[in-house]
Design a protein around this ligand. Structure first.
Ligand code: ADP
Ligand code: MN
Ligand code: MN
Ligand code: MN
Ligand code: MN
Length: 358
């Protein structure tokens, strides 16, 4: 009987170790019209690469819904560089902004406006920490470990669960965590979520525009690594209707003034401003968020703005510890798991500190 001597993974790793003869592979990553990440590779000489000296590149925007066919070139402007945990050093990941041929930001480039707001209000040293929830699906779009016909036992023992029957696909979460650390992403933790096959990772605190940059590359790595494990990632805010928790992108926020003694009055004044622009925030806090923000399953209702200390059914939660100390940060629980972090952090800055003069 013919024995299989090496696995496919072993075969791949043999090639991944080959000498690159002074070249590196740069994986350019961008965000498409639907909020998915896309990427393509190019060869560069081995040297210190930064957003300033990396070449601008382009792609066919008509194939991604980002440009019309008759004028399809969209430019990729490098804006952040990370170590590549898939191909390993000296290879790199390059996060890029999308620009049109006429020198204006692409319609789906939400980073550009966000960066302007961050720059204009940088003296407040805004920190963000985002909690990315997501669900791992099999190839038939069923959450992993769920019976084909029927449902798992009701929620209760899955959140931060340990053990067979409580969590699935932990290897993906472990691989992703390590990969983020290797890449240089400011990942701050992970946990299993309330619905089985749902997980969370947190990124932050990150200052200003770095929040969106780090979260987008962390998302790219989650999709890329799950691809290797044969799992699909869903960031839909309510993947399974009914008595199953939805998925959010809780956004924790603080400024220099909020983080020191007396900070609570700055926290409360920011919350007042958020209250006045609830609908504007909901409009950019993700698609299908109405299916999640029902007022049940640890959410507030989509049409009302509420806040409170340690209240996980509110729009805004002030953590208990912050309430006791009198300073720190607050959590905006409204954003959906599929929201764009540039739009979330951008509108928080705009609401709290005002828009940018053109
Ligand atoms: P939860 O109790 O809501 O599940 P997590 O521990 O999952 O909270 O996430 C908390 C997030 O808040 C982390 O991303 C962390 O980096 C962020 N965070 C902590 N302190 C601050 C701060 N001062 N400003 C902004 N974000 C913060
Ligand atoms: Mn081609
Ligand atoms: Mn959390
Ligand atoms: Mn959570
Ligand atoms: Mn939270």
């Amino acid at each position: 009987m013919a024995a299989v001597l090496t696995s496919r993974t072993d075969t791949l790793s043999k090639y991944m170790k080959l000498d690159q003869k002074g070249n590196i592979m740069a994986e350019y990553i961008w965000i498409d019209a639907t909020g998915a990440t896309r990427s393509k590779s190019r060869t560069l000489k081995e040297q210190e690469w930064t957003p300033e000296n990396l070449p601008t590149w382009n792609f066919d925007g008509s194939s991604t819904g980002q440009a019309p066919g008759e004028n399809s070139d969209v430019y990729l402007k490098p804006i952040a560089v990370f170590s590549d945990p898939i191909r390993l050093a000296p290879n790199i990941l390059v996060l890029a902004e999308c620009w049109d041929h006429d020198g204006t930001p692409n319609k789906f480039n939400y980073r550009h406006e966000c960066a302007k707001l961050m720059e204009a209000h940088a003296v407040h040293e805004p920190w963000f920490g985002l909690e990315q929830e997501f669900t791992l699906l099999d190839l038939s779009d069923r959450p992993y470990g769920w019976p084909v016909n029927g449902f798992p036992a009701p929620q209760g023992e899955y959140y931060c669960g340990v053990g067979t029957g409580k969590v699935v696909q932990r290897d993906i979460i472990e691989a992703h965590y390590k990969a983020c650390l290797y890449a240089g992403i400011n990942i701050s933790g992970t946990n299993a979520e309330v619905m089985p096959a749902q997980w969370e990772f947190q990124v932050g605190p990150c200052e200003g525009i770095a929040m969106g940059d780090h979260l987008w590359v962390a998302r790219f790595l989650l999709y890329r690594i799950s691809e290797e494990f044969g799992a699909k990632v869903s960031v839909h805010p309510k993947p399974i209707p009914g008595d199953w928790n939805g998925a959010g992108l809780h956004s924790n926020f603080s400024t220099k003034e909020m983080r020191v003694e007396g900070g609570m009055k700055h926290i409360e004044s920011a919350i007042k401003k958020l209250e006045g622009r609830h609908q504007e925030h909901i409009a950019v806090y993700g698609e299908d968020n109405d299916k999640r923000l029902t007022g049940r399953h640890e959410t507030g209702a989509i049409d009302t703005f509420t806040w409170g200390v340690a209240n996980r059914g509110a729009s805004i939660r002030i953590p208990r510890e912050v309430g006791v100390k009198g300073y720190g940060y607050f959590e905006d629980r409204r954003p959906a798991s599929n929201a764009d972090p540039y739009r979330i952090t951008g509108i928080i800055m705009e609401t709290v500190f005002g828009s940018v003069e053109e």
